[in-house]
Design a protein around this ligand. Sequence first.
Ligand SMILES: C[C@@]1(CC(=O)O)c2cc3[nH]c(cc4nc(cc5[nH]c(cc(n2)[C@H]1CCC(=O)O)[C@@](C)(CC(=O)O)[C@@H]5CCC(=O)O)C(CC(=O)O)=C4CCC(=O)O)c(CCC(=O)O)c3CC(=O)O
Ligand SMILES: NC(=O)C1=CN([C@@H]2O[C@H](COP(=O)(O)OP(=O)(O)OC[C@H]3O[C@@H](n4cnc5c(N)ncnc54)[C@H](O)[C@@H]3O)[C@@H](O)[C@H]2O)C=CC1
Length: 237
Amino acid sequence: MTLYYPVMLRLEGKLCCVVGGGRVAERKAAGLLRAGADVTVISPQVTAELRRLAGEGLLQWIDSPFERGMAEAGKASLLFAATDDPAVNAAVREEGIALGIWVNGADEAEHGDFMLPAVLRQGLLTVAVSTAGASPGMAQLVRDEISDWLGDGYDAYLEVLLELRLAVQQLVSDSRERQSMFRGMLQWNLRPHMKDGERLPGPLFEELMKRLHGEPTADGIRRIGTWLEELGKHDYT
Ligand SMILES: C[C@@]1(CC(=O)O)c2cc3[nH]c(cc4nc(cc5[nH]c(cc(n2)[C@H]1CCC(=O)O)[C@@](C)(CC(=O)O)[C@@H]5CCC(=O)O)C(CC(=O)O)=C4CCC(=O)O)c(CCC(=O)O)c3CC(=O)O
Ligand SMILES: NC(=O)C1=CN([C@@H]2O[C@H](COP(=O)(O)OP(=O)(O)OC[C@H]3O[C@@H](n4cnc5c(N)ncnc54)[C@H](O)[C@@H]3O)[C@@H](O)[C@H]2O)C=CC1
């Protein structure tokens, strides 16, 4: 059994080429566009949605069957073999091997270099679930169960943590101290101050930043935690 290696790819501005224009190709193209990739679809037929995206200039559609040696495929960072013809998907895979381009095989898990997980996003939080091709439907189901269990509010929470992280990285040069501060922040009871997944109230965030600048140490982080606990009891918001 292959043990797959999960990664998070940065695809902004990278060319990704999807061969095929059906329901599966449409889903792959949509996910790639969401990640900011430049998408080219090669297929003699495409779904109405792919046609619309091409019409609006959001992706490039090459209205032709796939052939080995096509320049658009050769320039891609990632290739997606998503046709209903196993011979064509195999040719895409061979092209990938010849050119050193990673290929996703939508029809045969074992034939690709990588596969796509079922994804849940909340702002900067991403949860990806994979069953290594055993049951994509189960990957969706587990993703949905995690979504119910997780609840919401992580988007605003992570925005605050990111701002705090950037501030600490500027203020504190010692990496051990920084890491101890980042771990300490996770103990803060911040979420009760973020009603309905909203951002922290402005004055509270400003006071938090003031305290952080006043004592940018792991002890300072603990004291901010105690202060937040006290505020929580008095329903500051
Ligand atoms: C190997 C993999 C390669 C790849 O595509 O990367 C692959 C392969 C195949 N899928 C097939 C069928 C279905 N795939 C889905 C849905 C998704 N498939 C996705 C990924 C993967 N599918 C990779 C493995 C991921 C893993 O296991 O973790 C998801 C998670 C991500 C995405 O596509 O973006 C996306 C959910 C997106 C979302 O909800 O967010 C559904 C459900 C539906 O359509 O609603 C069905 C019908 C129900 C079922 O079969 O379970 C078949 C045909 C089987 C046959 O007919 O025999 C094959 C070919 C084969 O199995 O050989
Ligand atoms: N990975 C996944 O999530 C899933 C994968 N599948 C597999 O993916 C395949 C495709 O599924 P659908 O999109 O539903 O099929 P579909 O029948 O809707 O679309 C097939 C597409 O392939 C294109 N195509 C055919 N020959 C081509 C060629 N020579 N060059 C370029 N494009 C060509 C057609 O124009 C059409 O747009 C299925 O046969 C199945 O094996 C099926 C369900 C989910």
